[in-house]
Design a protein. Structure first.
Length: 138
């Protein structure tokens, strides 16, 4: 199940997932993970059948970011459900497109959802990324 939430009410749950995935697993420096955009963003929280948090994403001004799924829940459709929910939210906002910064190993995952690469490779927190975008049907 995917729930929409905000930072004020779900900060602990969202930050626990992001800390485990980005800071502990991928060695992203904490100073790069936490920023001023969380407070104003729409957040998505993926929950398992028992209501436990297993993934998250944030959406702000047509940009999907901070998408993370706990390691033992990967390749089970959680990321696809988060992405579909983010796209649905963007459509309800009337945005003509959505963009994201994809770690290069995940480009195929995003391409399956209709995103196309629109940049060269660059490093973000020491991890190779490429920008991607998807035009939305309105």
């Amino acid at each position: 199940m995917i729930e929409r939430c905000d930072w004020a009410t779900a900060q602990t749950l969202l930050s626990d997932i992001r800390r485990k995935v980005f800071i502990e697993e991928q060695s992203v420096p904490p100073a790069l993970e936490w920023d001023e955009y969380d407070a104003g963003a729409q957040h998505l929280l993926a929950l398992d059948a028992h209501g436990q948090p297993i993934g998250c994403a944030r959406i702000l001004s047509g940009h999907i970011g901070r998408m993370a799924v706990l390691s033992h829940w990967r390749n089970q459709g959680v990321g696809a459900a988060l992405l579909a929910s983010a796209i649905d939210y963007a459509i309800t906002q009337g945005w003509p497109e959505v963009k994201l910064s994809a770690q290069t190993h995940a480009i195929g995952f995003y391409e399956k959802a209709g995103f196309i690469v629109c940049s060269e490779v660059y490093l973000d927190a020491g991890i190779p990324h490429r920008d991607m975008r998807r035009v939305l049907s309105t």
